[in-house]
Design a protein around this ligand. Structure first.
Ligand SMILES: Cc1cc2nc3c(=O)[nH]c(=O)nc-3n(C[C@H](O)[C@H](O)[C@H](O)COP(=O)(O)OP(=O)(O)OC[C@H]3O[C@@H](n4cnc5c(N)ncnc54)[C@H](O)[C@@H]3O)c2cc1C
Length: 304
């Protein structure tokens, strides 16, 4: 469908910021990606719901992103409508030991709310550079904590754009997966996070310590999408990659980080094809040397 036809079908929906042919390199931490035909940022849940409903009625393909910190976008870009949840849906508040937040709220903001209210349990996520929606979708985790430990309830749009709620175990959290992987078109609207009363100073110190550990270990001065591969059972992906002699290995502008072999970095001019080529090379070499099949943690989206 041509951009103009898509725009004509959605231009009466209020509360949307819309752009055409938007470079996705501006919306991903990898700073890679072709253009999305139509790029929309809903400023309310109603606007998001209307947009999803309309896209379904008109059979326009939809891609939902959070802050784009776990994504590799195709060099050919994304057809249809790309909906960015970060920056639009950003309400969050605290009540007792609970934090209620829209899916577009950053984990850093939730961590700072937790700290301000002396709530402990969210320290692990304070340095993960994504939104709540992306983190719930991925069951993001670090330093022994996961979203699974703190998310008790979520509101989402189902495949017919109806608002639904799930609680507790229905999130089906697994290692870097959740119930929201079960179908392609579920959109997380908000979640409720249960924490515990703690000591403000201890919470602050723990967050500072974990963030320092990130700075010390991770190549934060280069664009990336975090750990390139999931942790294979019984191994560490970074160690396997390093032991396979791949530290610093490059394909075009994509490189296995010298600082942390688990990261693939964009040294400045990487394309999605470069990253895909390097992911393939790493997978094949590690399998040849150690018989372990690595699975990418990074999500590839867009035209193949
Ligand atoms: C430097 C760096 C460090 C990182 N460290 C960690 C770490 O320690 N632990 C960790 O787990 N991850 C880490 N990551 C990866 C990433 O930050 C997390 O996976 C994060 O949770 C992704 O959130 P996002 O909002 O950026 O999602 P995106 O990358 O935009 O999207 C990820 C997936 O979630 C889906 N999605 C996003 N929002 C919604 C929604 N509202 N409804 C439905 N689906 C949605 C997207 O369609 C996509 O499939 C790191 C990344 C970087 C760049």
């Amino acid at each position: 469908m041509k951009n103009i036809d898509i725009l004509n079908k959605i231009n009466d929906i209020s509360g949307l910021k819309i752009r055409e042919n938007e470079p996705m390199s501006l919306h991903t931490s990898f700073k890679i990606g072709g253009t999305s035909d139509v790029f929309a940022v809903p400023e309310s849940k109603d606007a998001l719901k209307c947009l999803i409903k309309r896209a379904k009625e008109e059979q326009i393909p939809v891609t939902v992103i959070g802050a784009g910190s776990n994504l590799l976008v195709s060099d050919k870009g994304i057809r249809g409508i790309t909906i960015k949840i970060a920056t639009g849906l950003t309400k969050a508040y605290v009540k007792d030991d609970f934090i209620y937040a829209d899916s577009g709220v950053s984990l850093a903001k939730i961590a700072s709310l937790a700290l301000k209210n002396s709530l402990t349990g969210f320290e692990f996520a304070s340095g993960i550079p994504g939104t709540l929606g992306g983190a719930v979708y991925m069951n993001a985790g670090a330093y022994g904590g996961e979203m699974k430990d703190v998310v008790v309830k979520s509101e989402y749009l189902d495949e017919k754009a109806n608002i639904k709620t799930i609680i507790g175990d229905s999130h089906e959290f697994g290692y870097r997966s959740s119930f929201f992987h079960s179908k392609d078109d579920l959109v997380i609207l908000s979640s409720e996070i249960k924490l515990q009363k703690g000591d403000k100073k201890e919470i602050e110190e723990k967050m500072a310590d974990l963030n320092q550990r990130r700075k010390d270990k991770q190549p934060l001065n280069f664009p990336s999408a975090g750990s390139a591969f999931k942790r294979p059972e019984g191994y560490f992906a970074a160690k396997l990659i390093e032991d396979a002699g791949l530290k610093g290995k490059s394909v075009g502008g994509a490189q296995v980080s010298e600082k942390h072999s688990g990261f693939i970095i964009n040294t400045g001019s990487a394309t999605a094809e470069d990253v895909l080529g390097l992911l393939r090379l790493v997978k094949e070499t590690v399998f040849e040397k150690f018989g372990v099949m690595l699975t990418p943690e990074i999500k590839f989206i867009g035209e193949k």
